[in-house]
Write a protein that binds this ligand. Structure first.
Ligand code: ADP
Length: 398
């Protein structure tokens, strides 16, 4: 069976088609500027050059219509007809407390997702648009929702409750949810396979360090704690997000600068993090280059970043009473040997020791810790799309 995986953003969407017989990738692509002038679809059949289609796409249905045409295109397609696409897996950002695993999408599920919109106003609406568009364009193809929050639903109350009046949890579901769950789950499974053990027998700390970043404490295969909260703003320092700050800063700056809550939301989500401290960029490559050229603020940004990751690693070792493996994944985790080295430096007393030669590597599943490191440090490229396709295939063939 061929499975189409769709990840819809507000003005863009990413897709992949995988052949589930051997889990191979058949094609992937990206639609940008949906509903904006200059819409473009970039499609890549594996083994061929990229193919660009520049046509107006007024909404997500239009965009998905062009994706489906590309999939059956005689030159660039991967199927003779749409009948070969057996199922669609949708990435959904927020599943609230309702979804602790992936589910077949029904009208009831769509309703439950609409109820979660308040928790993820930027992310869930485009996810829902993608689901709706597929439903209209391929009404008989089964669809599955795979939630970023699902893996973290095993967190105990001590990890997910905020110390706020309990009524806010009861009335508005204000609690910690966590995100990047599909990635944390994927690398947990791969880490266990690399170590030749079952996830149930391991304590793992997974560090997903991309533009958005989060850490998870995975105890016996289940998420015990994670750094993101009600929204993806909490926790680590990120490209443009501040992560943990003293919440009293919010009214303090708002008052000093005459800013509204909406302004402050923008400051914390778009103008902070590594960009905010360095003033250089939200892209770590630019910030690392600037730091190497002697830019003190860029250096400070990277130091604060590494310090916060280290802080969480220490906390999670304490919460789990030990750790067997630490995993680095996503853009920065997979590619930056200097950031991995900076995070792991000074953790020798906790049994964590990198091997500089092994750590001199990018984007490859491998062990980067020293032979005598008590804790294994692993580099595992994440593959959220494969995880979504596997869940989708399993659910529709069950
Ligand atoms: P997203 O959250 O958008 O999926 P990614 O996982 O693709 O993000 O990660 C993007 C981040 O990874 C960017 O900030 C980028 O600077 C960083 N990154 C990618 N390659 C490298 C590299 N070679 N060195 C340092 N950082 C890198």
């Amino acid at each position: 069976m061929k499975v189409l995986v769709i990840n819809c953003g507000s003005s863009s969407l990413k897709y992949q088609v995988l052949n589930m017989e051997d889990e191979s990738l058949l094609c992937k692509g990206l639609v940008e500027r949906i509903g904006i002038e200059g819409s473009v679809l970039t499609h890549e059949k594996i083994g061929q050059d990229k193919w660009k289609l520049e046509v107006p796409m007024k909404d997500h249905k239009d965009a998905i219509g062009h994706v489906l045409k590309a999939l059956v295109d005689p030159d660039h397609g991967i199927a003779k007809s749409m009948d070969e696409i057996g199922a669609v897996g949708h990435r959904v950002v927020h599943g609230g407390e309702k979804f602790a695993c992936s589910v077949k999408i029904t009208d009831e599920v769509v309703k439950a997702l609409e109820d979660c919109v308040a928790l993820a106003p930027l992310h869930n609406p485009p996810n829902l648009l993608g689901i709706q568009a597929c439903k209209e364009l391929m009404p008989t193809t089964p669809m599955v929702g795979v939630f970023d929050t699902a893996f973290h639903q095993t967190m105990p109350a001590e990890s997910y409750l905020y110390a706020l009046p309990y009524e806010y949890y009861e009335k508005y579901a204000v609690r910690r949810y966590g995100f990047h769950g599909t990635s944390h789950r994927y690398v947990t499974e791969r880490a266990a396979a690399m170590l030749g053990k079952k996830p149930e027998d391991l304590k793992i700390i997974t560090c997903h360090l991309g533009n958005g970043a989060s850490v998870a404490a995975v105890k016996n295969g289940k998420c015990f704690d994670t750094s993101m909260g009600l929204t993806p703003l909490e926790g680590l320092v990120m490209g443009t997000r501040c992560g943990d700050i003293d919440p009293a800063i919010l009214p303090f700056i708002a008052e000093k600068e005459g800013k509204s809550f909406a302004d402050m939301d923008k400051v914390m989500n778009k103008q902070s993090g590594v960009l905010g401290i360095s003033g250089v960029s939200s892209d770590f490559r630019d910030v690392e280059n600037a730091a190497n050229e002697g830019n003190e603020r860029a250096k400070a940004a990277l130091d604060v970043y590494a310090h916060r990751v280290k802080h969480y690693i220490g906390a999670y070792i304490a919460e789990m009473n030990g750790v067997d493996a630490i995993v680095f994944t996503a853009g920065l985790g997979e590619n930056s040997k200097t950031m991995r080295a900076s995070i792991c430096s000074g953790l020798e007393n906790l049994g964590i020791k990198l091997d500089p030669a092994r750590n001199d590597v990018r984007g490859k599943e491998t062990v980067v810790s020293a032979e005598d490191s008590k804790v294994k440090v692993l580099l595992i490229p994440t593959n959220e799309e494969l995880m979504i396709a596997k869940d989708t295939y399993e659910i529709v063939t069950k």
